[in-house]
Ligand binder design. Structure first.
Ligand code: MG
Length: 437
């Protein structure tokens, strides 16, 4: 039996933090450094303008992947990382995620920009990926473990007529989706409320394309939803995206008209410049509101969450600075009874999708995740890309984010700037003036 003196002596020689289990858990690895930051820019489809960051560490074979997705400024993002931020990250300690996040945030002095946020997000995802690989655990384990078994998704249904919309929603329900977003009509982006090209009263030698008319929108979209409810009942959870096309007072009127439909949410009823109107919408109707896919700054989401003016926050994980920022927003949401609905979108990539997935699995304030189905060759390019089955998203369960990239294959699809990505943001009215996307 050891006496007190001997116990003390043993403790000094072998303190708790040098004990065997801890050494085993960290595998006695030497301190890490970021050795190289590689930018992998690739376009496996014309509308995919993907910029990935591979953060390579001093430990042989240990690296992390992150998404710097901004399909509208992809070349600028690439240059920002290659010329400015990448060299700044080299030599830093990749274990200190929060510190390096904060440091990067102030590195460019002006912060919360659309380029700096995605660059910061790519680093953040890559560092979480590295930490997960080091621990040999899927990232969701490091974030506190699962609070749900898989991530429910909402699907995107559309149709030229209410009948076609009903049919399309039905098809998704048969696939197992419980949540379906419905957009009606051709014409411009988002559908609904467009006067066909050339029709109606147009200025001489003026705009001839499909023109948005908000009264037409107000008349057709709620009626379409009445038909969907009528045919499919109350089980399906219905969503709709206004794409910010309405002026504030008609946005109020639209929210009021949608109340009897009992929506899961109505999204982007106002442009970011008019978010103060959410106070009036809240006072007028109980239609649940989702907002935030264009947000890049805490001053945008904080009042809407803390004043309980919206029901779902819809930021894109890479657009706000990555997993670190998304978790903070989720924690804020939890305090105020708001839920998350991270944005996806057709031009988004599998790395950003998985970043959202790992956050979704671990947060009580999760609401829903937008779906994004990738073609098979993307699964080949990025092995471990999440799979959608029966309306749920499943990650690979590999360590970290659980995804890798075939750099040789990425090199065969050089980055292109597809102007269709930018074209869809342009919507015009009858007189040729811009309508906010
Ligand atoms: Mg939207």
């Amino acid at each position: 039996m050891l006496n007190r003196r001997e116990i003390l002596k043993t403790a000094l020689v072998n303190p708790w933090w040098a004990a065997e289990p801890y050494a085993q858990a960290t595998r006695g690895l030497p301190p890490l450094k970021i050795r190289e930051v590689k930018v992998i820019a690739t376009s496996p489809r014309p509308h995919y303008s993907w910029v990935f960051v591979k953060v390579i560490t001093s430990e042989p074979g240990l690296y992390g992947l992150g998404s710097a997705n901004n399909a509208y400024l992809s070349w600028a993002v690439k240059a920002a990382i290659e010329k400015h931020l990448g060299p700044f990250w080299v030599g830093k300690d990749p274990e200190r995620i929060e510190d390096l996040w904060q440091w990067t945030h102030v590195r460019s002095y002006w912060r919360n920009g659309t380029i700096t946020n995605v660059a910061q997000a790519a680093l953040d995802m890559a560092l979480w990926d590295i930490k997960g690989k080091r621990a040999n655990m899927p990232l969701y384990q490091l974030l506190g473990g699962k609070v749900r078994d898989a991530v429910p998704l909402y699907a995107h249904a559309s149709g030229e007529t209410p009948e076609a919309c009903v049919e399309n929603v039905q098809a998704y329900l048969e696939q197992g989706f419980r949540h379906v977003r419905v957009q009606m009509g051709g014409g411009g982006y988002g559908g609904g409320g467009f006067v066909p090209p050339g029709e109606g009263s147009r200025p001489e030698r003026g705009f001839r394309g499909a023109a948005f008319d908000e009264e037409r929108y107000l008349e057709t979209v709620p009626r379409m939803f009445e038909q969907v409810r009528d045919k499919l009942g109350w089980q399906v959870k219905l969503l709709h995206d206004v794409h910010e096309h309405l002026t504030p007072t008609l946005a109020l009127e639209f929210a009021r008209r949608m109340q009897p439909i009992r929506m899961f949410f109505v999204e982007d009823i106002l442009p970011p410049e008019q978010i103060d109107y959410f106070r009036q919408i809240r006072a007028l109707t109980s239609t649940p509101m989702a907002m935030g896919e264009l947000f890049t700054h805490p001053h945008e989401w904080r009042p809407l969450i803390s004043e309980r003016l919206i029901d779902f926050i819809r930021c894109r994980v890479c657009a706000i600075g990555g997993i670190t920022q998304a978790r903070k927003i989720a924690a804020l949401c939890e305090q105020f009874g708001v839920r998350t609905a991270w944005q996806e979108g057709g031009e988004n990539d599998p790395v950003n999708q998985l970043a959202a997935y790992h956050v979704d699995l671990t947060i009580p304030s999760f609401g829903i995740q937008e779906d994004n189905l990738f073609p098979e060759d993307v699964h080949e390019l990025l092995p471990g890309t999440a799979r959608i089955r029966g309306g749920y998203l499943y990650g690979s369960d590999g360590p970290g984010l659980g995804i890798d990239i075939d750099e040789g294959m990425a090199g065969r699809y050089p980055l292109v700037d597809d102007h269709r990505n930018a074209d869809w943001t342009t919507v015009r009215g009858m007189d040729g003036s811009l309508v906010k996307p």
